[in-house]
Design a protein around this ligand. Structure first.
Ligand code: PLP
Length: 368
């Protein structure tokens, strides 16, 4: 092939050539923790499984390819990936964080790196004119945001934020967990680093926790530092986890297509339901949020009544999940600028039969 293979082809094959010894078309789960050397320090690229593992390497090449990145690094969780990235900043550096972000990201920046004095931060609503400028400081070294945001599903202009950051010598980091590389490639829009909680759509089946960093070309020093941290701090995923992620990613494109079809139908139904005040749906992907009429009590009632939509944290898998962020995923930001409207419900629309999903939501809303 002369042209770069398409997304689906790369999702199935990137980093996963048939095994040169056995011909196996699925990368083996390499459980060995150590690798034989022919002479001290001479080896075939692997020495110890924390430093490098063949199954992990396949995953790193695959996701890097999907994100249009030069480099990929897999971690034990999304937060482990985020932690490694934050550790690359100089002590005392300032981070501007999108206001509508995953609660755990805020907690990591504010309460882990913030409380030791290592990092400063300001939360900013990137949808407000001048918010980025207002949050900026002389020592701002990184802008970090999600798009669509969580849980309000606002869409942020990656190109504009990246240009703003680069003019001021800062890094632009995009958490692409919600959109996935199938719907959006932040690096093509100027982002330097893409963060994933691979636990969500990349894995796609609610059975593996994982994280990922994809780094654009030309950021070699940053990549080297991240590789150093991945090994030196050691928050790496196990080979079975890497295998599960590789398996999930093979169907990412078809899953995202159907997530989008189902979520569009759900958003449409919610828009016409009298118990719903407002629906937030960016037009693609599987996440839908809505505000219930009647405030927190009404939202909590709906959350208790759905049956097919399981009340649970997390998102991005084949089964439909419902979350009340103010009391669940965003509890850690309840008294912060990131606090969420307690009347808001967030849906991760799964791949069940759409009529069943609509009927479940209707009965939960009608009973209110
Ligand atoms: C879940 C999530 C994270 C954290 O990832 P873990 O795999 O749970 O550590 C980060 N960002 C977003 C947008 C998430 O949804």
């Amino acid at each position: 092939m002369t042209e770069e293979p398409g997304f689906e082809t790369r999702a199935i094959h990137a980093g996963q050539d048939p095994d040169p010894v056995t011909g196996a078309v699925v990368p083996p789960i390499s459980l060995s923790t150590t690798f034989a050397q022919s002479a001290p320090g001479e080896h075939g690229g692997y020495e110890y499984s924390r430093s490098g593992n063949p199954t992990r390497r396949a995953l790193e090449e695959c996701v890097a390819s999907l994100e249009g990145a030069d480099h990929g690094l897999a971690f034990a969780s999304g937060l482990a990936a985020e932690d490694a990235l934050l550790r690359t900043l100089a002590p005392g550096a300032h981070v501007v964080l999108g206001h509508d972000a995953y609660g755990g990201t805020y907690r990591l920046i504010a309460r882990v790196h913030g409380e030791t004095g290592a990092l400063q931060h300001t939360a900013a609503n990137f949808t407000d004119d001048g918010a980025l400028e207002g949050a900026w400081r002389e020592n701002t070294a990184m802008v970090w945001f999600e798009t669509p945001t969580n849980p309000k599903l606002d869409v942020i202009d990656i190109e504009a934020v990246a240009a703003f950051a680069h003019e001021r010598g800062a890094l632009c980091v995009v958490d692409n967990t919600f959109a996935t590389p199938y719907l959006q490639n932040p690096i093509a829009s100027g982002a330097d680093v893409v963060v994933h909680s691979a636990t969500k759509y990349l894995g796609g089946h609610s059975d593996v926790v994982g994280g990922f960093l994809a780094v654009t070309a030309g950021r070699d020093e940053l990549t080297e530092r991240l590789r150093f941290l991945q090994n030196a701090a050691g928050a790496v995923p196990g080979p079975l986890d890497c295998y599960l992620l590789l398996r999930g990613i093979k169907t990412l494109a078809v899953r995202m297509d159907r997530h989008g079809v189902n979520a569009t139908a759900v958003a449409e139904m919610l828009r016409s339901h009298p118990a719903v005040e407002r629906v937030m749906y960016p037009g693609n992907g599987g996440m839908v949020s809505f505000i219930c009429k009647g405030g927190e009590d009404a939202a909590v009632g709906v959350a208790k009544r759905t049956q097919l939509f399981t009340l649970a944290e997390s998102l991005g898998a084949v089964e439909s999940l419902l979350c009340h962020p103010a009391r669940m995923t965003h509890l850690s930001v309840v008294d912060s600028p990131l606090a969420v409207d307690p009347a808001l419900i967030r849906l991760s629309v799964g791949l069940e039969t759409i009529d069943d999903l609509l009927a479940d939501l209707k009965q939960a809303l009608d009973a209110g």
